[in-house]
Ligand binder design. Structure first.
Ligand code: DOR
Ligand code: ZN
Length: 335
């Protein structure tokens, strides 16, 4: 039986939610990952030191028997220097959402006025706090990410020492940006290494594959694969696993988000093996993130095995990607 072992896998973009949903999904990530960058788009968002500490405690309480480091983020607003100094030790990054662009982002940034943002972004740069960005405009859905490239350029050139992570990139335009500015990095999801828009709406409409940013064209998929499979040192894995209850997905008005937490490593093995690049998966799922963020997760070793695995129909109230279907790899052991 073919196996593949990974050390300290990290999920650098993860939605864990809160309450019962947190209790359902956090153990699934904690089982196979050493840590994850936890998104702050709760209702209300994570925006004070008390919010960060209390949310981290709830996460830890939801994963009592596993080692899992929740790397906490703060919801971007124009914060002052004193506040940022008071939270720097408790966060790994600050997550910026354009206002209203996706789930629970209403309190995000309404206009990218650099002067209004300068104190916050310059202080983040000085304190070494990376800026994670949901990079979409409110334009035509297939063009939203490409249209956002000019904002990435503005941010990258205005704050050349600020680490800026282009989250869940989906386009060749974003891939091309990586080498243009030293301070730009990116996360890539597993579903965006598999899907194009055709898979979402080209045949029957697939609500469980609907997310933001939406999957794009074949040439975009190729561009994402080219940097992920080579483990380009500026890209890292971030699942954007985004659970919603089944009745919010299979609905008239489907919530955006693909739930991949329990199968993401298995799918990554399948993709990397298919292109004969399994040797690069370690860098993509852990080493690059350790270098980019300067983190050193505690030891975890996970061995995956190439054998058919039937994806459960649901985890609690959530339907995962590929529910009821067979995937090619399974988790064999975790130490
Ligand atoms: O599909 C998405 N779901 N994209 C996001 O940006 C947010 C996420 C969520 O929180 O559900
Ligand atoms: Zn997200």
């Amino acid at each position: 039986m073919k196996t593949h072992t990974l050390l300290m896998p990290l999920d650098m973009h993860l939605h864990l939610r809160d309450g019962v949903m947190l209790e359902t999904v956090a153990p699934l990530s904690a089982y196979s990952y050493s840590g994850g960058v936890v998104m702050p788009n709760l209702v209300p968002p994570v925006e004070t030191l008390e919010d960060i500490k209390a949310y981290k405690q709830r996460i830890m309480a939801a994963v009592p028997n596993d080692f899992f480091e929740p790397y906490m983020t703060l919801f971007y607003k124009n914060y002052d220097k004193a506040f940022l100094k008071s939270v720097v030790d408790d966060i790994i990054a600050i997550k910026l959402y354009p206002a209203g662009i996706t789930t629970n982002s209403e309190g995000g940034v309404a206009s990218f006025n650099i002067e209004e943002m300068r104190e916050t972004l310059q202080t983040m740069s000085d304190l070494g706090i990376p800026l994670c960005v949901h990079g979409e405009t409110d334009g035509f859905v297939m063009d939203r990410e490409a249209e956002f490239m000019s904002i990435y350029e503005l941010l990258a050139t205005s704050f050349p020492k600020l680490k800026i992570i282009m989250e869940h990139i989906t386009t060749k335009a974003a891939v091309d940006m990586l080498d243009k500015h030293e301070n730009l990095y990116a996360t890539i999801t597993v579903h965006h290494l598999i899907l194009t828009l055709d898979d979402v709406v080209g045949g029957m409409m697939r609500p469980h594959l609907f997310c933001k940013p939406i999957a794009k064209r074949p040439e975009d998929l190729d561009a994402l694969l080219s940097v992920a499979l080579e483990a380009h040192p500026k890209v890292m894995f971030g699942s954007d696993s985004a659970p919603h209850p089944k009745d919010k997905k299979e609905a008239c008005g489907c919530a955006a988000g693909v739930f991949t937490a329990p199968i993401s490593l298995q799918l990554l093995c399948e993709i990397f093996e298919q292109y004969d690049k399994l040797q690069n998966l370690q860098a993509f799922v852990s080493d690059n993130a350790q270098n980019i963020y300067g983190i050193c997760p505690e030891f975890k070793e996970i061995t995956l095995e190439k054998r058919p695995f039937v994806v459960p129909a649901t985890y609690g109230s959530v339907v995962p990607m590929y529910a009821g279907e067979v995937i090619a790899w399974a988790i064999e052991s975790v130490d």
